[in-house]
Design a protein around this ligand. Structure first.
Ligand code: GFB
Length: 313
């Protein structure tokens, strides 16, 4: 990409898309195309075709997706599989038809088998059954990876796919039903603190482990790989470190400054036991994360407090 390349960031208002947009802007890229959902419905095939035919972007970051935490994934499987398949099919196909030079597709660490060896290497894809809570979302994302690889193989396109671990950061979704664990707990502890509640309810057993990457690091990795990576092989993006949900909860509690108790709602699902990404391949490509969990959480919490009235909740 050069600074005047025409770049379409699909999903520019979301957690990842907004971070990619910030990163590109900070680096001096001046020709970004952004379309809100009202301006371009990515589920609408003919609208997406008209958009690509008219705008002819050179580079596409495919960060538009229906995403959510464990509860949303478990209870809205039809929406997760349908919307994600539709959106990515439209973007990937019309990128090919209208000559996009390069596309980056965002997958997810939940594409890997539910109980695969840890840390998870890229080659474990499709070696076992998916985890039950997010299999619909995972199947859509696996289809996206295969779309990119198939277009590369049949039509010689340059579409790359990256698999982020659990992401967090500014512009996250803080809705308690649909959020991921980190923003949900940040909001719960903060509201418990300001409302003097004695207890915060945390879902599951707290024993399962997750790896968390700040979305600003993720955006940096995406821009780096768009500039330096040209291969169909998927790339894991993570920190290589994980923590239990209990450790995460205690860290957020400390950062928020909440003094009450935790209680565990074990009627809620734990999900997969562990999904720690092996980032050896990513490191060999010359990129490593910079923001550790405590620093990222502190920055996110400061943003959360300042923007509390306007956050997605
Ligand atoms: O982040 P999360 O919703 O999704 O939940 P996954 C991670 C763990 O945190 C689970 C526990 O064991 C939850 O039970 N948890 C504790 C909570 N308290 C809460 C809470 O208040 N809210 C939430 N949401 N969880 C998602 C997938 O899986 O990860 C997606 O469903 C996607 O497909 C995403 O891949 C990255 O990490 O289990």
């Amino acid at each position: 990409m050069n600074k005047t390349s025409k770049i379409y960031v699909a999903g520019h208002n979301g957690l990842v898309g907004s971070a990619i947009t910030r990163r590109l802007t900070d680096l001096g890229f001046t020709n970004l195309i952004k379309k809100t959902r009202a301006e371009l419905d990515l589920l609408n095939q003919s609208a997406v075709e008209s958009f690509f035919a008219k705008e002819k972007p050179e580079y596409v970051f495919c960060a538009a997706a229906k995403v959510g935490g464990i509860w949303a994934n478990k209870t809205e499987k039809a929406d997760f599989i349908y919307q994600n398949l539709e959106v990515q099919n439209n973007i990937i196909h019309f990128s090919y038809k209208y000559g996009v030079k390069k596309l980056l597709f965002l997958g997810s660490s939940c594409i890997y088998p539910g109980s695969c060896p840890q840390p998870i290497k890229e080659e474990y894809l499709l070696t076992g059954p998916l985890e039950e809570t997010n299999d619909a979302y995972a199947v859509a994302k696996i289809a996206g990876i295969k779309m990119c690889q198939s277009f590369n193989s049949q039509y010689g396109t340059n579409y790359i796919s990256v698999m982020p671990t659990n992401l967090y950061g500014i512009n996250d979704n803080f809705n308690l039903e649909s959020a991921h664990v980190l923003p949900a707990l940040m909001r719960k502890f903060y509201e418990a603190k300001i409302n003097n509640q004695k207890q915060v309810v945390v879902w599951g057993t707290g024993t399962v482990k997750r790896e968390f990457l700040c979305v600003d690091d993720m955006a940096d990795a995406c821009v780096y790989l768009m500039n330096h990576y040209n291969d169909s092989k998927i790339v894991n993006i993570g920190t290589g470190k994980d923590s239990t949900i209990k450790e995460l909860a205690l860290l957020i509690k400390e950062i928020v400054g909440y003094k009450g108790e935790l209680s565990w709602d074990t009627s809620k699902p734990d999900g997969t036991h562990q999904k720690l990404l092996d980032v050896t391949y990513l490191h060999s490509l010359g990129w490593k994360h910079r923001i550790d969990l405590k620093e990222g959480l502190t920055t996110t919490f400061n943003w959360f407090v300042q923007n509390y009235q306007h956050i997605r909740k």
